[in-house]
Design a protein around this ligand. Structure first.
Ligand code: SAM
Length: 206
């Protein structure tokens, strides 16, 4: 397995051709969560890839407890390695799971995810991307996985908690409307370096 070392925030992350390589925009996640974390600390990350987001949270927040999942065994192997090298392996459990299929029915304060959200119909525009297809593309115009995560995620949320999702800017309104069906409210969308909505924070707060 050919691997590479990249800098994420200020720490090092091993990547490989079999695993999605974290982009700078993924750094929005820890920043977004910082505002809401307060005393809350039980986090579920779905689709962790190299583990970069969970590792960043574990490094930044003293008391967090994280379950990080992925369907890709190569990703989990690399993520475990990265968590060890970065000294946070005691704070993160890794588990193979198809979204919620192997997640225990526990309640989480944050469910965070950067799932596949591109539409295969537009793949002609993404020919330069070398990440595995199943880390990039989702059915139903890129919405299928996000919809599954919102629909099932509400059952795993503690009271007054959050689902934080990376998505495409043109999916914002669709997700705002979809999440309302499950009594979630779009609190805020954080913008990427191009000024486009990239990470949205939904809450079940009443
Ligand atoms: C866009 S990548 C994000 C990786 C990492 N969170 C990051 O931001 O660098 C999407 C991740 O979701 C994982 N994934 C795709 N389908 C999945 C599924 N059904 N269940 C769990 N994880 C899945 C992929 O293997 C990939 O690691």
């Amino acid at each position: 397995m050919k691997s590479n070392i990249i800098e994420f925030e200020k720490f090092q992350i091993k990547t490989s051709k079999d695993v999605f390589s974290p982009r700078e925009d993924v750094e929005i996640f820890p920043k977004a969560i910082k505002e809401f974390i307060k005393e809350k600390n039980n986090i579920l990350e779905l689709g962790t890839g190299t583990g970069a987001i969970s590792i960043s949270l574990a490094k930044n927040f003293k008391n967090v407890k994280i379950l990080a999942t992925d369907i890709n065994s190569s990703a989990l192997k690399i993520a475990k390695h990265n968590s060890k090298v970065n000294g946070v392996d005691k704070k993160i459990d890794f588990k193979k799971s198809n979204w919620f299929s192997c997640v225990d029915e526990e309640k989480y304060d944050f469910i965070i995810t950067n799932p596949p959200y591109l539409s295969k119909k537009n793949s002609i525009f993404y020919t330069e991307l070398s990440d595995p297809d199943n880390s990039l593309y989702a059915k139903n115009n890129g919405l299928d996985d996000i919809f599954k995560i919102i629909k099932n995620g509400v059952n795993y949320l503690s009271k007054n908690s959050y689902i934080v999702i990376e998505h495409s800017h043109n999916q914002t309104l669709i997700l705002k409307n979809y999440s309302r069906k499950f009594n979630l409210r779009l609190i805020e969308s954080k913008k990427d370096s191009l000024g486009l909505n990239r990470v949205s924070i939904f809450s079940n707060q009443i």
